[in-house]
Design a protein around this ligand. Structure first.
Ligand SMILES: [Zn+2]
Length: 570
């Protein structure tokens, strides 16, 4: 949970100065996810991406977190467009929640991204119909008087990803979105000419992602990944189950191709994965033979060595297909001895424990596991150190700002830029969410001003109604449990009519702690008898129980359960 900062009230009135472009990230700079940022000049704003973040340990029960858009909401008339770099949820996931509030600006993006955004929009019947301008590699759009954008194709893990060269009155800003450098089997980098061309344009500021900035070396060639997966296919005689992300479309495409080569049929389990494959196929990003994909309910008609099952759940997510298959909760498929299970993704930090359980369960049931720590069957979509340096050196910007990732990752990324580009620390400013970076012709300076960027949480149908208080309660309940104390009070005499009832959940087991329960009752009664009856009312008793019983329980148990006093007046 980021520290809440005091926000200067006048932020909305602040008028951007002449000759200064303001850059602000509303999310993505103190976490992995929730990517959203904007550039502002005069009365014009261009927004890039609008993603969501998955919940953390400190946000129990939350579905996900979206960027805080109150600054943009107040200036929605100035928003000239939303550019979307690629179709991953941490870049598009907030769109259904925010577009109404920021005036439904035109979305500049590629065809596949549009399809993925629209597909998601269908789940939100009240969300507005979105307007798109489809862009391609090399295309230039004058978005507004002061902003002109050139788009360029990038390599990531999903096709049709696009980066931007934003031409502003102070210079050109380059942001590729999530990206990687791909290599051939011999280890030669591919498609560097795009970066070389950008380098000829005199770039003011380069903003590269930091997701891979603490990983040494170069990206693993996707061709090696392909070859390793093929080796497994070649010698396999059982069913092959491949678990990966539903949005890792490039990988899915490779696996389908290999399956076709080895005469296996593809079965897909998982709604989002099926959808994504369909979208990519419709737009020609996946070329799949007509007879390759077979409906899942026919899987039992095929011999084991003819089957490839694609599913979600490589992170051990409890509701994903793979988990259901392993737990025996899946309608069509159960794991059996001799199944070959490929986990083709890296473990996202925080998921180590659930992946471990997954591996144990598959192994116990006789599955043969391959995962990315054992063989090269996964390559990250985010450039590691050496790849970041290649791009930095080719683009040769005047200033460098690391984006996307925790502070440490961005700090590491800034260091790399200082090494590779011989920049001074003040030329590689590290901004946090909500900080305003002022970009003028010869400087990049972090302003004192802050734009609101604290969490907006989505919980079921509620957006933003779960605040810090609700979260704190959930944390207390999860860690310390709760004690409900029910007292019945005579309205006239202000005395208790019966012994207080005490209920505990997640605190201590009361049946084994009768003494403590009696002690609580005694204390409540004496609290009331010590006070003149005219002072006593329900609120008074509630406050007293909360304070004094809370303190008493802490002294006795060293725990602070949530105390919920209920007073019934008769
Ligand atoms: Zn991505």
């Amino acid at each position: 949970m980021p520290i809440k900062r005091t926000i200067k009230k006048e932020f909305i009135k602040t008028h951007p100065k002449e000759g200064v472009v303001r850059f602000v990230a509303l999310g993505g700079l103190e976490e992995v996810g929730r990517n959203m940022m904007f550039f502002e000049y005069g009365n014009e704003i261009v927004v890039i991406d609008a993603g969501l973040q998955f919940p953390e340990e400190t946000t129990p029960g939350i579905d996900f977190i979206i960027p805080n858009i109150s600054y943009l909401e107040a200036k929605k008339k100035n928003i000239k467009g939303l550019i979307v770099t690629h179709g991953h949820l941490d870049h598009i996931g907030a769109i259904p929640y925010i577009m109404n509030k920021i005036g439904n600006p035109l979305i500049y993006t590629t065809a596949l991204n549009r399809a993925m955004i629209n597909r998601r929009q269908e789940d939100f019947p009240n969300a507005p119909k979105l307007e798109f301008e489809i862009v391609k590699d090399g295309e230039i759009k004058q978005i507004s008087e002061n902003f002109r954008v050139e788009f360029f194709s990038t390599a990531h893990t999903i096709p049709d990803s696009i980066g931007v060269i934003l031409d502003t009155p102070v210079g050109k800003m380059v942001h590729p979105g999530d990206f990687r450098v791909d290599y051939d089997v011999e280890g030669n980098p591919q498609n560097l000419d795009t970066w070389e061309k950008i380098g000829k344009q005199k770039i003011h500021t380069l903003l590269l992602e930091s997701t891979g900035a603490d990983k040494e070396g170069h990206s693993l060639s996707e061709r090696i990944v392909e070859a390793e997966i093929e080796k497994i296919f070649k010698k396999a005689d059982g069913r092959i189950i491949v678990a990966t992300f539903a949005s890792l479309l490039d990988r899915l495409s490779e696996i389908i191709k290999i399956a076709e080569k080895y005469n296996r049929k593809i079965f897909v389990s998982g709604f989002s994965m099926k959808n994504n494959i369909q979208i990519a196929q419709n737009l020609g990003f996946m070329k799949i033979k007509k007879e390759t994909i077979i409906p899942l309910n026919e899987i039992n008609k095929y011999k084991d060595d003819k089957i490839v099952l694609l599913c979600t759940g490589a992170q051990g997510e409890s509701n994903a297909s793979l988990m259901r298959i392993i737990n025996g909760d899946h309608k069509q498929v159960q794991i059996k001895k001799g199944d070959i299970v490929l986990l083709s993704s890296s473990v996202i930090p925080g998921n180590e424990r659930s992946v471990q359980i997954l591996l144990d369960d598959i192994a116990r049931q006789g599955g043969i596991i391959y995962h990315s720590r054992m063989v090269d069957i996964h390559s990250s979509g985010h450039a590691p150190q050496e790849d970041l340096k290649i791009v930095m050196k080719m683009v040769k910007p005047k200033f460098y700002t690391p984006v996307h990732g925790y502070y440490f990752m961005r700090w590491r990324n800034a260091q790399l830029a200082q090494e590779a580009l011989k920049l001074r620390p003040e030329e590689t400013p590290i901004v946090d969410n909500g900080q305003v970076l002022l970009l003028s012709k010869d400087a990049a300076r972090i302003s004192e001003e802050m734009v609101p960027s604290y969490y907006v949480m989505v919980d079921g149908l509620g957006v933003g109604d779960v605040g810090e208080v609700v979260l704190r309660d959930r944390r207390v309940l999860a860690q310390e449990g709760m004690v409900v104390i029910i007292t019945t009070l005579d309205r006239h005499t202000s005395r208790f009519l019966k012994n207080p009832d005490i209920i505990s959940r997640g605190f201590i087991y009361l049946k084994e702690n009768k003494e403590l329960v009696e002690e609580i009752r005694k204390r409540i009664k004496s609290m009331v008898t010590r006070v003149p009856s005219q002072q006593i009312d329900a609120d008074y008793i509630k406050a007293m129980i909360r304070d004094q019983i809370g303190q008493f329980l802490y002294n006795k148990t060293n725990r602070r359960p949530m105390i919920l006093p209920v007073v019934i007046e008769i």
